[in-house]
Design a binder for this molecule. Sequence first.
Ligand SMILES: Cc1cc2nc3c(=O)[nH]c(=O)nc-3n(C[C@H](O)[C@H](O)[C@H](O)COP(=O)(O)OP(=O)(O)OC[C@H]3O[C@@H](n4cnc5c(N)ncnc54)[C@H](O)[C@@H]3O)c2cc1C
Length: 260
Amino acid sequence: MKIGVCLKQVPATDTRVIINPTATGIVTNDVKWEINPYDEYALEEAARQKTAGKGTEVVILTVGGAQTEQRLRDALAKGADRVVRIEDAALDGSDALGYARALAAAAKAEDIGVLFCGRQAVDGDNGAVPAMIAEILGWSQVTWIDKLGIEGTSFTANRAAGGGAKEVVTGSLPAVFTCDKGLNEPRMTKLPDIMAAKKKPIVVKNLDALGLSAASVAPVVVEDAMSLPPARPAGRKLTGDAPSVARELVRLLREEAKVI
Ligand SMILES: Cc1cc2nc3c(=O)[nH]c(=O)nc-3n(C[C@H](O)[C@H](O)[C@H](O)COP(=O)(O)OP(=O)(O)OC[C@H]3O[C@@H](n4cnc5c(N)ncnc54)[C@H](O)[C@@H]3O)c2cc1C
């Protein structure tokens, strides 16, 4: 069985976001890119499942341009065997469904049996692509997993069910899992792995190679404009003795912030 990982590059979480002049996206000139943090858990889980003998190969699937290749090399150094990078002009303005169609077609073409994704991409934060992939392929899916066991074609996955509760889900492969913090501890790369990753293949496919048309990835959700949230008012420092500061703080929390 081949193990797939959907991996996306995102702006580093400490990037200062600047909206471009046409309000259609962010200025990317000075952006430092990284692998989506939740995809690191997906990649680590795929590598561990392969080491445990549950799969034969770890294949990364990504939609993105040539500028993603350094992140893909980083991922190849962390236990993946090869990459299928999907690039097509028609995907530039596509939406989650368009991306999911492309990734699902690639997973099918690669005969993937289990697909690991991140819980969400920390830039768009849609958390939509993996569920759509599972639906398109007609596969089982479990989101936000923090524990997974695979036995033959059966799986048992633990997921956060809110309020600290855990849900235990059993099912059968093929399946899509979205990976949460706590599932594993992503590995650090070692120099020999970085060197070996340089020789691993990155194959680029367009929509035609995946049997998809440009029309099939045309967006149904159109992002009109992007803006930053309004600037927050400056903080206020209370002065005086402790009892009067406490009294004033309670008054402000009750009358101005209205949180108590
Ligand atoms: C030029 C441009 C124009 C766009 N225009 C629109 C638009 O008009 N309407 C709109 O809705 N969106 C638009 N988008 C955003 C794009 O559709 C989103 O990136 C997409 O919907 C995925 O959402 P997300 O990034 O929040 O992923 P999520 O659904 O949060 O991602 C969850 C997981 O899915 C996988 N995944 C997600 N994206 C990828 C990827 N690219 N490659 C591999 N795995 C992936 C990863 O495992 C990730 O952890 C545009 C993007 C670009 C670059």
